[in-house]
Ligand binder design. Sequence first.
Ligand code: ATP
Length: 441
Amino acid sequence: MAENKDLEKIVSWAKRRGYIMPGSEIYGGIGGIYDLGPYGVALKNNIKKLWWKTFVEDRDDVVGLESAILMNRKVWQASGHEAGFTDELVECKKCHQRFKADDVAEGKCPSGGAHELTEPKAFNAMFETYIGVVKDEDAKTYLRPETAQGMFTDFKQVLETSRKKLPVGIAQIGKCFRNEINTKDYLFRVREFEIAEIEYFVKPGDDEKSFDEWLKRWEEFVLSCGIKKENLQNYEHPKEGLAHYSKGTTDLQYNFPFGFKELAGVANRTDFDLKSHEEASGKDLKYFDEEAKEKYWPYVIEPTLGVERLLLAVICDAFEELESRTETTEAVTEKEIVLHLDPKLAPVKVAVFPLVKKISKEAREVYEDLKKCWPAEFDESGSIGRRYRRQDEIGTPFCVTFDFDSLEDQKVTVRDRDTMKQERVEIKELKNYLFEKLNII
Ligand code: ATP
């Protein structure tokens, strides 16, 4: 990863440009919680839209679902989360800081070598809450830490109503909550985030082939978000470190500014979940295979990805800090930031500038027309160079300048963010011209 992509620069740019900011900041913030500003939410929505189109709309074998964040507590008992969704917590006896046991070297406090740590203690990462007015054990449940359980509890109904046969996937994007011990890596490890995942139900025996297939599809999707292949790698979990439900898990890791870390993953969950829910609920969750005339619990392949982690990876991959490259009439000394986002994900697709305010009215007409098709911005303040820079920083792929010649020849100048090449294009051809280049979702 290029030197200039250090996290601090990205954090300060993201806040300055309305992408990502600390949550409740006027009260000093809150650990591991971030808000997305106007451009941040637009980029995230575009990522989710692309995901939904790729995996739900474009496929015949996957259907969508939105299950509730709050579920009956029995779900979390049957799934094993209440007993086992834990991290090992250690505390420094001297400075009282708390750490995830996995993150600290044998017996040493990260903030001072001589400090002694307590024995690891299990800490459940689910947020507890109560339903209704009485706050007792009967009313207790949790904010979901993953979306998968909704796909298992609704499996039978979704299959029946969609009239699908195996293999079939149920896809969902939704909020999840984890009371993480350590949240130092910005959006990478937060306490409230979205997961986009599919539970793909297959006949036992077809699971390994399906696993390999999904691993490929998952990588293709991440690449389609504009991420460079050299920044991705697979990590296969050793058998002894697997989650209790898993027969095999491979992570898709991204080269974040703090190293290669899990961005997404594919797990073979076997028939663990449907079996556990059948046992606990007493409801038959088996599938009747008409062809084979037999009933069984399907195996489940689970491709999963953290939307915030992908958002961060997309930003890290697109972020570039350059020596000044755009001329301005003002004395601009600071470096320039260009966000080379894939056009289909860019929050703003095109910006329109009148060369001077005197011709704003005519330029605005061009803008109003483009705005009917794409998110667009109109900017008439500062030099043209300044305006280019502002758009480069938020990742707008094209800028259109309306000048005095435009009044005569009905042409405008279109400037490309990455190549900085400029082309004169007829106003009546502008939409077609942009449509071809924007590759919209
Ligand atoms: P990690 O080992 O990094 O804690 P995990 O293996 O617990 O992650 P999963 O339970 O597989 O993660 O969650 C599915 C996806 O959700 C992950 O691939 C990751 O992209 C995302 N994710 C998990 N925890 C967080 C978090 N605290 N903040 C942001 N995204 C997360």
